[in-house]
Write a protein that binds this ligand. Sequence first.
Ligand SMILES: Nc1ncnc2c1ncn2[C@@H]1O[C@H](COP(=O)(O)OP(=O)(O)OP(=O)(O)O)[C@@H](O)[C@H]1O
Length: 577
Amino acid sequence: MIRRLLHHSTPKARRLLIAELAFIVATAVLQGVVFLMLVPLLQALFTGDTAAARTWLLALAATAAACAAAHWTASQIGMRASTAVLDSLLTRLGDRLVELPIAWYATDRSGQTTQLATHGAMFAASAPYAVLRLILAGFITPGTVLAGMYLFDWRLALAMTATVPVMWLVFRWLRRGMERDDAEHAAAVAETSNRVIEFARAQPALRTAADGSIADRLVEDALQRQHRAYRGLLVTGGAGIATFTGVVQLALTVVIVLGAYLAVGGSLEPATFIALLVLGVRFTEPIANSGALGGGVAIANTALGQLDELLALEPLPEPARPREPQDWSIAFEDVTFGYGADPVLRDLSFTAPSGRMTAIVGPSGSGKTTVTKLVARFYDPERGTVRIGGVPVPELGTAAVEAAVAPVFQDVYLFDDTILNNVWIGNPALSRDEVIAAATRARVDEIADRLPDGWDARVGEGGSNLSGGERQRVSIARALLKDAPIVLLDEATSALDIGNEIAIGDAIDAAREGRTMIVVAHRLQTIMTADQILMLDGEGGIRESGTHAELLAADGAYARYWRERVDATGWQLTPTR
Ligand SMILES: Nc1ncnc2c1ncn2[C@@H]1O[C@H](COP(=O)(O)OP(=O)(O)OP(=O)(O)O)[C@@H](O)[C@H]1O
């Protein structure tokens, strides 16, 4: 645990931690020396040697005072060390979370990450003072007592030494068992938090669906797993601590029986025997106490293990010297990619010309959104190359891609803040007026107008006060504000009211100007006005590509798709002149 804490700490935290450990060790050794001094003191008292007793008493008082001073210093440094170590752990965790590929977040990690960032890191950082101090004292103080015992009676000391390996083995067995069970328990707790968060978020859907049994079952199963894991932890902990205490008591019994035997045989002074008995008790008591604390080390190790796992994850490869793109075209060359064993895209090739709009259509699940995620470098393809401006994306680097791309996805997340601030995050360097101008181009002004506080109206958690179409308009405004040369737009699939339909059309027109756009298109207006349409075939490739007019003239799959959509929506094209 200490090795891992030192490894994750900043140099300052490391220095404090080492100083804390040094004072903890000094306290424990001095405490052992105090106990040892009891033997000559008791011997002097039993034999009536008051002068010697006074000398030992003074020496004992001085050592006890030094021990108290070391203890006080350890606690003072300990508090500062805990804060510094916590700071280091959270900084490392935070740095890592922003480095990890977005793909890592595709699986719900909120439970595990929250648990690690709160309880886990806090427990691990305070463990040296709260747990390790007592464990070290539990072993170093008796160790000092044992070493000193050889000065008084080597036979009793040897008998006691013989019990040490047994105690050590049982302690390790106890700690390993608790570590295993605690890891299981931590995983179960993270799973339960994920399920409960999911259950809370899905309430609107669950209440309208008549049967909420699936969500109920998922939460129920997670709670039961957590309950089982907790029971396992208690059973292992209880059995382990009982066994360990038993072994420690056995060591004390060995000293009592052997000491009594030697005293009766006359080879051990009764006064020394009694004094050594006191030492025997002092030897075993802290060890027995530290057994119960083995679980604390296990909990801290679980949190540190989770942090190690996060740090061991491979981030996407980054170039030593990022290359410059020639323009803002996007090209896929024989790209194959899937989320599991089966590829979603197979040997997919196309070019989206710089400054033009490419619309992607195709059956549900054919990989339209996946194409945009590969452009944004949420993932790298398994085979083939994605190029921006002629440069393979890994040679541009994630930071350059993030700067060049403005994504507008379907699941737009808005912060529980004002409408204006939600647009502002697209480019915090701009002024309020510039933000309002960009937001107006995306027709967000209409939304602000209808709300009581205008631009300063709050949008609610996740943007719950706005409709899906309105949220997407805010997201397009962010993209306009960012002024990135590439816009990736995943149009809302849900039917939009006429106001939103027109406003989104206008917002897209505003975003199009001079930018390369890839749109997962659902609106007929977007599809027919695109400079290029790619129709995916549902097998990972492209069935047809061209302009709307070319594809209609070809009278193939796209023409059929178009007619069906027009029939379904009752859409009519009226000549403008
Ligand atoms: N993070 C993910 N993990 C596992 N599978 C995924 C993930 N994201 C998408 N998929 C799967 O990959 C396939 C393609 O998904 P994608 O979202 O790209 O399709 P789409 O054409 O955009 O679909 P739709 O039109 O329904 O939104 C689907 O089968 C989907 O279930």
